[in-house]
Design a protein around this ligand. Structure first.
Ligand code: PMV
Length: 341
């Protein structure tokens, strides 16, 4: 009988977006991507796993609801880990024959473009790897669950290398700098809507790969330079360059979504207002103090330095009062005099 293994894994917020696969089964991306992993326990998944002879079939519970286990990606992750365990003889055959029970919970909205699958799969494969005592690159296992999950297995800033090998063995994440490198960096998450998105990222990516001309341009011409430049900006702690690349990449990613046919529309009016407000704020400040980025959903993630957090929060509260009925407010003609602190 196994003990219960419990682990947590944080979400990561991409600054150079992964969008489009070159291999659907192995989850191999068209381009490198870069993200920051948030501190553990802020926005994270918590997963407990156990294997026992008296569990009749594999079970998974997500946010307290039992879900079907016939999800291909879930089965791929479990199958791959058991295969490695068998090869490494890390546990005995009897243990491998038992079914597993998995409980996973997020402390933030699931499937609303807040990287829930990244935290979820990073957590799941880490827990299963511990359960079966396997020694392997956890990022490659997490990638089989959800591409962006491979970046959540490291802290700090992380790069997922697209790789060139057909078997995906070089499509792994590496740490650019650890979480102590840029201690002033902060992320604010603005939840515009916490409902499930209409088009999943998998479906959206497939449609973009099939129909978007802009995606081809992005992969060949924009991303390689941006990845190099943002890695340098991160290492140099150059916020202005980091912020500009982050915003441009978010904008281009959503332009690709609109260039997809039929279009994938993830941002909403409020999301666009956030973009407008942040540009006006940077303009008024005479320097780039805040960067926005949006994943496949309407919610904004703002990157900024700790010293600017109170001012930016005051600005957000002023422009977007938090009571639901007042939520969608017009932008004032001028932001002069903002923020009021
Ligand atoms: O890992 P997935 O399949 O949930 O895709 C994530 C895609 C984006 O969040 C939009 C971008 C990214 O790099 O995280």
């Amino acid at each position: 009988m196994s003990g219960i293994i419990t682990v947590t894994a944080p979400v990561n917020i991409a600054v150079i977006k992964y969008w489009g696969k070159r291999d659907e089964d192995l989850i191999l991306p068209l381009n490198d991507s870069v993200s920051a992993t948030l501190d553990t326990n802020v926005m994270c998944a918590k997963t407990s796993v156990c294997a026992r002879p008296d569990i009749n079939e594999n079970e998974i519970w997500l946010n307290k609801l039992k879900e079907p286990f016939n999800n291909k990606r879930l089965q791929n992750c479990l199958g791959e880990i058991k295969g490695i365990a068998r090869a490494q003889k890390s546990v005995d055959e009897e243990f491998l024959s038992w079914n597993v029970r998995i409980y996973s919970e997020n402390n933030f909205p699931t499937a609303a473009g807040l990287a829930s699958s990244a935290a979820g799969y990073a957590c799941l494969v880490t827990a299963l790897a511990k359960l079966y005592k396997v020694k392997t690159d956890i990022s490659a296992l997490a990638r089989l669950g959800s591409g962006s999950a491979c970046r959540s297995v490291y802290g700090g800033f992380v790069r997922w290398h697209a790789g060139v090998k057909p078997d995906g063995s070089d499509s792994v994440a590496t740490q650019i700098v650890n979480s102590l490198h840029w201690p002033e960096m902060r992320v604010l998450v603005l939840v515009v809507a916490d409902t499930k998105k209409h088009t999943s990222s998998s479906k959206g990516m497939q449609c973009s790969v099939a129909t978007s001309e802009l995606l081809k341009y992005r992969v060949q011409n924009s991303v390689p330079k941006r990845v190099n430049d943002i890695c340098k900006a991160i290492k140099d702690k150059n916020f202005a360059t980091f912020a500009e690349i982050t915003m441009k990449d978010s904008n281009q990613f959503h332009a690709v979504c609109l260039d997809t046919y039929p279009p994938c529309v993830y941002m909403r009016d409020v999301s666009h207002k956030i973009v407008e407000v942040m540009h006006k704020y940077n303009e008024i400040c005479g320097q780039t103090k805040v960067a926005y980025t949006f994943d496949a959903g309407p919610n904004a993630c703002l990157y900024l330095l700790e010293k600017d957090v109170p001012e930016v929060i005051a600005l957000i509260k002023k422009v977007f009062p938090t009571t639901k009925q007042d939520f969608v407010k017009g932008l004032p003609e001028s932001l002069e005099g903002f923020p009021e602190i």
